[in-house]
Design a protein around this ligand. Structure first.
Ligand SMILES: [Zn+2]
Length: 345
């Protein structure tokens, strides 16, 4: 059986199991690729680059490519054939749509400053063209194909206006796993809501930061994506994903804590409150992510659609919290959060 036949069978088996097939694409070329020797000198970003060696694979060095070079057209031609020949359900792009820095003179990307020093050219315009051609190449043949982009913080209209789901966060834990993402950084770099799409956040590798990270991601309608393994905390993540489906927690129902129409606030001024208003209920995300000590948050529901509600339910533990005289008290540990469902009576 040829490699093509095996892949056809793999995609078919995946579909037979009720699962979509979304293959991985990156932003590099491997030295093992047949076209490496011919192409790389013409498609690399110039300068010297430390090669990437993927863990847990046959050791091979990979190098970045510039999609503003002939590589972009070569890749698109190959992808058009790939989509024609295999019924994949989408493409997963690891940085593929992120404009890189390039100094390769053969692409016209070697710029100099007023002192004659070479400065990197960022391929933003080239990436826009590339993304539009990719759209025609993939969705032109199969409308509705999923585009899942790993953007590493590069939330740019050149690609975000086209992708369906974006994930982010690896760049945070890679440099300092203890770093707590400031809210403003989160809002700027991790906010898929700006582009009307869901966003996922790759959590720190260290599980001790898992609950703390949820305290910020959930404030922004972002789900965590586990790094590796199937330990207890990953199982908890998958349970949370299921709860999002069960409670219909979707972007169109979401209002972040900083929005002008965020009608629920913590009267103590310490906790932050984002919320989902679904056709059936309101789900509040009450977070003490910024706090280094416990907080007793107090939410006044008078003059809101929840004015007559008598209790809130913690969607993760099932615990019922009473609402007295339209006021809900929520005890939050330092850096902790709760997700509470409230149904109007
Ligand atoms: Zn270039």
């Amino acid at each position: 059986m040829s490699g093509q036949d095996q892949f056809q069978e793999l995609v078919r088996d995946t579909h037979d199991s009720g699962i979509g097939y979304v293959p991985y694409f990156g932003f590099q070329i491997s030295e093992k690729a047949p076209e490496f020797a011919l192409y790389y000198p013409h498609v690399g970003p110039g300068g010297t680059e430390q090669p990437y060696i993927a863990p847990n694979t046959t050791p091979a060095k990979s190098y970045s490519v510039c999609y503003g070079s002939i590589w972009g057209d070569h890749w698109l031609r190959g992808l058009a054939r790939f989509v024609r020949d295999y019924p994949v359900d989408g493409i997963y792009m690891d940085g593929t749509l992120c404009p890189g820095a390039c100094t390769n003179a053969s692409h016209g990307h070697k710029l100099r400053d007023s002192r004659g020093r070479v400065v990197p050219y960022f391929t933003t315009r080239e990436m826009r063209r590339f993304a539009l051609l990719l759209h025609a190449t993939t969705r032109g043949q199969r409308p509705g194909m999923l585009w899942d982009l790993h953007s590493s913080g590069q939330l740019l209209g050149v690609s975000m206006s086209l992708v369906d789901v974006e994930w982010n966060g690896e760049q945070v834990w890679r440099y300092d796993p203890q770093w707590k993402v400031p809210l403003d950084v989160y809002r700027a770099q991790f906010n898929g809501r700006l582009y009307g799409m869901p966003i996922q956040y790759l959590t720190n590798q260290a599980h001790e930061y898992y609950q703390r990270d949820l305290g910020v991601t959930l404030l922004f309608d972002a789900l965590l994506r586990p790094m590796e393994g199937l330990g207890l905390w990953q199982q908890d993540t998958f349970r949370l994903w299921r709860l999002f489906d069960e409670y219909e927690l979707r972007g169109e129902y979401f209002t972040p804590f900083y929005a002008a129409d965020a009608r629920y606030r913590d009267a103590s001024g310490q906790g932050l409150v984002s919320h989902y208003e679904t056709p059936r209920r309101t789900v509040l995300v009450v977070s003490n992510y910024q706090g280094t000590s416990p907080v007793n948050a107090s939410l006044d529901f008078a003059c809101t659609p929840l004015a007559t509600a008598t209790f809130a339910r913690d969607i993760r533990t099932g615990e019922e919290l009473p609402i007295h005289d339209s006021v809900l008290k929520v005890a939050l540990p330092a850096e902790g959060y709760r997700m509470l469902s409230v149904e109007p009576r």
